[in-house]
Design a protein. Structure first.
Length: 136
């Protein structure tokens, strides 16, 4: 399970789900951030991890902020707010779901990189072709 800031590396949960995990849990020590937005930021990233991997994610923090996030990014449980004591309980059906991004993420990144480089090359060529005309 990803601990604290491991969630900022997308391959952590992606590799877990590729290997058959149907639920990810993140335990975080965020109390030392106090009344900051650190928990909001962590939760937002975990929502993206749940959506991109189509896998429910449990977010549990020692500062109270805790929630079970569904594979679609929606809350599956009541949430605990900052420094609120309590227990969350929810029933989740664990079913393997296909995620295009999870399975082909490397190709998605390569495609975007090639598109960017192609547009950069076209822009440079265009600048070279128009450069002489603009300078006059």
């Amino acid at each position: 399970a990803p601990i604290c800031f491991d969630i900022f590396a997308p391959d952590t949960i992606r590799n877990m789900t590729r290997n058959g995990s149907q639920l990810a849990a993140n335990l975080s020590n965020l109390a030392w951030f106090g009344q900051s937005t650190a928990s909001d930021n962590m939760e937002a990233v975990l929502r993206w991890r749940a959506i991109e991997n189509r896998t429910p994610v449990l977010f549990a923090s020692n500062n109270g902020r805790s929630v079970l996030i569904g594979a679609d990014g929606q809350d599956l449980s009541p949430r605990l707010e900052l420094f609120e004591e309590g227990v969350i309980s929810a029933t989740v059906t664990l079913t393997p779901r296909f995620s295009f991004y999870r399975e082909y993420q490397e190709w998605v990144n390569i495609t975007w990189l090639m598109l960017f480089l192609g547009l950069l090359w076209i822009g440079q060529r265009r600048e070279n072709l128009l450069g002489g005309w603009r300078s006059q």
